[in-house]
Design a protein around this ligand. Sequence first.
Ligand SMILES: [Zn+2]
Length: 470
Amino acid sequence: MRLSSEMFPFASHDEYGYKLAPFAADTLAEAGRVVAELGHRVTTHPGQFTQLGSPRKQVIDNAIRDLVYHDEMLSLLKLPPQQDRDAVMIMHLGGAFGDKAATLDRFRENYARLPQSVKNRLVLENDDVVWSVHELLPLCQELNIPFVLDFHHHNIVFDSKQIREGTKDIVDLIPAIVETWSKKGITPKMHYSEPCPDAVTARSRRKHSPRVMTLPPCPNTMDLMIEAKDKEQAVFELMRTFKLPGFDLFNNVTPHVRQDENRPWKPKAKKVAKRGRRKDVDGMDLVEAKLEEEEEKPPPMVAEEDVAMGGPERRVYWPPGMEDWLRPPKRIVKSKEDAKGGAAPAQKKRKVAGASTANSDGVASINGKVANEGRVDTRIAIKKAMGKRGTTGSARKRGMGKAAPTPEPSDEESDPLASLGEDEDSADGGSTGGASPSQSAAAPRPTRKRSGRVSQRINYKEEEADEVSV
Ligand SMILES: [Zn+2]
C-alpha cells in the first residue's frame, strides 16, 4: 500500500519545511500499530522532481530533503523490523540530461551523500520515458540498491538489442533482481499495470488502464503492486479472474440499492390515515388506511458493524466502468427537479403505465440515462397517484402495495455509500432527522443519515411493487 507523499504538506520545503517529530510522532506510531496488526506493507513513491542525477544543485538539495522527509514519516510508524525494512521509498532516476553516462555518475556521487537511514529505504524503478531495466539493474547491483521491476514500463522502454520473445528478456533477469533485495533483507517488490486497450503510441501507452486483465511473471516470494486507478476494484477483478484466495468471499454491488443498510424512516403523516377514515364508505379507502397503519413500524435496524465493507452480504465489487452502480448519476437529481416544476399530471400518469412493464426487467438491466429518468418520473407519478383519488387501478395498487416503510417525499434518504467517501454533495450532512423519537433516544443505535439523493428510493419502490404484483 502506497502512502501519500502529500500527507504532510511542505514538510520538505526549503524555507517552510518542518520535522514530523515530535508533533506527529504519536499519530504516526498509532497508524503504524494498525499497519503492523494488519500485516500491510507500506511504501512511498516520492514525486518526479525528486531525482539524484540532475546537474542542478538546487534539484539535488530538494531531492535529499524530500527523501529525508519520507524516511522520517516511515520511521515514525515504528513498524516491526521486517515490515520496517520492507517500507521502502521508490524513486526513478529521472532525466538523462543529454548524457546518460554523466547522469549515472552524478547519481553515484549524490547517492553517496545520503544519510544511511535513507539508503536503507531507497529503491530504484525503471521508468517509461528514459531508463530501462537493462540500464538500471547494473547500477543497482553496483551501489547495493534494490531494483523495482515495473513490468508495464518495461514494455514501453526496453533495450531492443536484448532478446524480446514474450517476457523472456525479463524472466531471465528475475533472479538477479531478487538478489538486489535479498542482499539487504528486504522482501522483493514488483509493479504491474497495463496500458489502456486503445493505446498504440509509446506516449499513449504510458497511461495506466483502470484495471488489469492479467498478471505478469512473478515469483511467489515477491510482493506485486497493482498500479491501477480502480485500486481495490482492480485487485478484486484479478481475484475473480484467477480465483485467487478469497475471491469467493465478496459479492457484486447491486445497482443503486443496498438491501443491507438502514434507510431513513419516520411514521407516515397522519393526514393519510385521516383521509382513509373520512372516506370509509369506500371499501378501497378502508384498505388503504389499514395498510398505512401497518407501515407505522420502523424497519429492523442493521448494526453498523454489519454494514461496514459491503454489509453482511459483502457487496464490494462493481464491474469495470460501473461506478454509477454505487449511486445515481448526478443528472438524475436534475431531472427530478425538472419533473417537479414542469411536467403535467397527465404526462406523469402515462409514465406510470410505461414503468409497470419496465419492472419485469429487474434492477440490473437499468443503467442508461433514459431508463433512469423514466424511473424518477415513475416515482413522482406514484406519489401523485397515492394522494389522489380516481387514478388508475394499477397505479393505486402499486402505491398501496408497499410492504415496507417508504420515506415521505419530504424525507431525504440515507446514502448507503457515504462510507465509501464519495459523498461530496450530501445535502445536510449528518442530520438524523429521519429517525423516530424512540430511536433517537437510544444513543448507541445506528443512525439514519440523510443526503440529497433520490434514486435509491425509486428502486426501492419499484422492487416492492414487483413483489406485490407477482
Ligand atoms: Zn511503477
